[in-house]
Design a protein around this ligand. Structure first.
Ligand SMILES: Nc1nc2c(ncn2[C@@H]2O[C@H](COP(=O)(O)OP(=O)(O)OP(=O)(O)O)[C@@H](O)[C@H]2O)c(=O)[nH]1
Ligand SMILES: [Mg+2]
Length: 230
């Protein structure tokens, strides 16, 4: 007789939410503000983070910024971020399409444990490129930032209302190629605001550096931090 333990997705998600609340308490106890970037593969999460780090590292010592990047394979994103002098940890999920709380707990251990994390002021988590699963598994972040891009098609928010709804801030990236893609950006903004009226929507081109100062100020404002150089 084979013993079986079965989970349904709802139970796994509920358990993760309980663990995420514990992680949030840890961040608050250690005084670390946590930003999570989520969005489809190639939407520009890493490039947006790189542009933000160009500004952030003028205000905050790079050694007090931690980046945790989730990808199925490779450490390519962490290598890009390491150039800014911040502490980086790459998680390879080995196939899983999103990060869960135990991934973050392992990354904190790899960093040197909560004592090391307490030296950080800001921790940035980049989730695996996926517009569905990561949104269902919160990691206790203070701000969940959705990065969508115009090349994904103007219907992305309508097609992914749950992901749109749970985001605290919505970034529409690659506006430099909106015309070439034949995308109506106003329609995207309208959809995002209708589906999630509480999340500000910011247009950026990470490639051209457009809208990044505004995004940075907004993030600091939402975290309740000052922005001396933005
Ligand atoms: N034209 C244009 N290209 C961009 C922009 N932002 C990012 N890209 C390009 O889009 C591609 C993907 O960018 P990444 O920053 O790696 O995207 P990502 O979301 O981190 O990708 P994954 O981590 O693989 O999900 C790269 O070739 C970038 O140069 C932008 O604003 N405009
Ligand atoms: Mg990336």
């Amino acid at each position: 007789m084979v013993k079986r333990v079965e989970f349904v997705a709802k139970d796994i998600i509920a358990e993760n939410e309980r663990l995420a609340a514990k992680l949030r308490s840890l961040y608050d106890e250690l005084g670390v503000k946590v930003l999570e970037f989520l969005g489809g593969p190639g939407s520009g999460k890493t490039l947006v983070i790189e542009r933000l780090l160009e500004l952030m590292t003028k205000d905050v010592d790079p050694s007090s910024i931690v980046y945790i990047g989730g990808d199925v394979a490779t450490s390519l994103d962490a290598e890009r971020i390491a150039k800014y002098g911040v502490k980086t940890i790459q998680i390879n999920t080995g196939g899983t399409c999103h990060l869960e709380v135990p991934h973050i707990e392992e990354a904190i251990k790899a960093l040197g444990g909560p004592q090391e994390l307490s030296k950080a002021r800001i921790m940035i988590i980049e989730n695996v490129g996926n517009i569905i699963c990561p949104f269902n598994f919160p990691l206790g972040a203070h701000l969940r930032i959705m990065v969508a891009d115009v090349a994904e098609g103007e219907d992305k928010f309508v097609k992914h209302p749950l992901s749109t709804m749970v985001s605290d801030l919505i970034v529409i990236n690659k506006i430099d190629i909106a015309d070439a893609m034949g995308v109506n950006v106003d329609k995207m903004i309208e959809d995002a605001k209708r589906i999630n009226p509480r999340a500000p929507v910011v247009l950026v081109s990470a490639k051209k550096g457009l809208g990044i100062g505004k995004l940075y100020r907004l993030i600091l404002d939402m975290l309740g931090e000052e922005a001396p150089n933005a």
